[in-house]
Design a protein around this ligand. Structure first.
Ligand code: 5AD
Ligand code: SF4
Length: 484
């Protein structure tokens, strides 16, 4: 017979509430933590109130992301007082960055677990329940040991997955590397995610084969600088292009993507792989951050605007249909109007499919915060953000217009945002999918089309979305009446 306490534990289903902010890496981490907890009988709930376990998977890239988490934690103060057996955990990048500060700011937090220690989360939660003791598990800082010691303390968390626990059964992220060694001066990632470490190709291939066997059609390979992937296997060095070639041979996988790329590592072998392997999406996210050499140097990005443009030319020559997207930081330390105008010029010339634009947010502990004053006023950052967005949106609108009347193949992802907001039910509803070049397409469809790759004709476009109609059978006359 089980002792009383254990009996209570197995008969009770724990309810888990998890909030995730940040990048795809965090989304994958949350998925894997949830999967590990579901194996132990946890059920997901979307109400923090009814949950007995609350996790925040956090991001430290900008101040705003941290503020959001601290205010969410603030709102839990009473909940913890009224239900002391609730377990509250802060995991991910902010856990690694702020460590004990989290306990100081929110003394009712039970657990602080860095991104390199996520494998410990289920045991830590079990141990924390009903106990007053706080536990913190973080990895070594970048100056706290030899490279080997620091690397070992950042463990990649990639347990085998249960297909039912993925957000969609036909799409999956696969982490091919962790950490970053680039040390751009504005960026906190190398400190919180540790040294660059590539995972062994045989593990990645095994993961891809398993995912395919479970019905997964699209894999997105993840890494902070995914195209810096390097793995020495005896005499052989594996690069991202080698991985793409190997995963391309896995039956059942129909689409392959990879994010995020570092401009200097956009080598010809990789571009050839994208050009020659039909399953690889012609979509490249290659953040440039600024169009001014002075800023790029201050950011320590390791390339000039001319070099970035030369790389873009190579992409356009080798893969003319490729959609390229970028990230920008506006208002970095010392950015003048002239620097900013050079960024606008680059956006006009580069014709990115879309750009993610961020206002510089000083991160304590980075070289940027140490060396330079955060001297661009918030108002100016805002203006520059809006101005750049307007330029980009006009380009996105113009380039999307070229899709009018064109046939594209889309992987159907699920109900569109509008359909979810309208609470559409039943088999017929508005669905959303993506083209090979990562453009979003919405169309009227049927539930059973989710997860399929379908031919669609585009009849309307905007800066962000293409509107289409599924092409059924031979193109009848009605299809040619659509669009241009
Ligand atoms: N402030 C603003 N944006 C940042 N990014 C990274 N660090 C900062 C920062 N300190 C942006 C970069 C990066 C993206 C993921 O976030 O553009 O590519
Ligand atoms: Fe941050 Fe630069 Fe590494 Fe990207 S390449 S994660 S911006 S340090």
């Amino acid at each position: 017979m089980l002792p009383d306490e254990e009996r209570r534990d197995v008969s009770k289903t724990h309810k888990l509430y998890i909030e995730t902010v940040g990048c795809q890496m965090n989304m994958l981490d949350s998925e894997l933590v949830v999967a590990a907890l579901r194996k132990r009988g946890y059920e997901l709930t979307d109400s923090a109130k009814s949950a007995d376990t609350i996790l925040f998977n956090t991001c430290s890239v900008r101040q705003h992301a941290e503020d959001k988490i601290y205010s969410a934690l603030g709102r839990l103060k009473n909940a913890k007082q009224n239900h002391p057996d609730k377990v509250i955990g802060v995991i991910g990048c902010m856990a690694q960055k702020d460590q004990k500060l989290i306990f100081q700011r929110a003394p009712y937090v039970d657990l602080v677990v860095g991104p390199g220690q996520l494998h410990q989360v289920p045991d830590l939660i079990d141990a924390a329940r009903g106990k007053a003791e706080q536990r913190m598990e973080v990895s070594l800082g970048r100056r706290d040991g030899s490279r080997d010691e620091i690397s070992r303390s950042h463990e990649s968390f990639d347990p085998l997955r249960d297909p039912e626990m993925r957000p969609t059964p036909y799409q999956a992220y696969v982490r091919i590397m962790i950490g970053c060694d680039k040390f751009c001066t504005y960026c906190i990632v190398p400190s919180v995610r540790g040294p660059e470490q590539s995972r062994p190709p045989e593990h990645l291939l095994a993961e891809a084969r398993q995912l395919a066997a479970e019905g997964c059609k699209e894999i997105t390979l993840l890494g902070q600088t995914v195209n810096s992937y390097r793995y020495r296997d005896g005499a052989r060095i594996w690069r991202l292009s080698d991985l793409l070639n190997a995963i391309h041979d896995v039956d059942g996988i129909e689409r392959l993507k990879f994010v995020t790329n570092y401009p200097k590592d956009m080598t010809d072998d990789l571009l050839s792989a994208v050009r020659d392997l039909p399953k690889v999406s012609s979509y490249l996210h290659v953040p440039v951050q600024s169009g001014s050499n002075r800023m790029l140097e201050r950011m320590k990005r390791g390339y000039t605007v001319e070099e970035y443009r030369e790389m873009l030319d190579r992409i356009r020559q080798m893969i003319p249909e490729a959609a390229v997207t970028s990230d920008f930081i506006v208002g970095f330390c010392g950015e003048t109007d002239d620097d900013f105008q050079q960024t606008c010029d680059l956006v006009r010339a580069a014709r990115f499919k879309n750009s993610f634009i961020f206002k510089y947010s000083e991160r304590p502990g980075t070289k940027g915060a140490e060396r330079f004053a955060d001297d661009v006023p918030e108002e100016v950052k805002k203006q520059r953000n809006n101005e750049l967005l307007l330029i980009q949106n006009q380009i996105s609108e113009e380039d999307n217009l070229k899709f009018l009347g064109r046939h594209v193949e889309i992987l159907v992802e699920g109900p569109s945002k509008a359909s979810q907001q309208r609470g559409e039910e039943g088999p017929l509803l508005q669905l959303t999918g993506r083209t090979h070049c990562d453009r979003i397409v919405v169309f009227q469809g049927n539930q059973r089309q989710i997860g399929q790759i379908l031919p669609v004709i585009i009849f309307d476009t905007s800066a962000f979305t293409l509107h289409g109609e599924v092409v059924t059978g031979e193109a009848g006359p009605e299809l040619f009446s659509l669009g241009a």
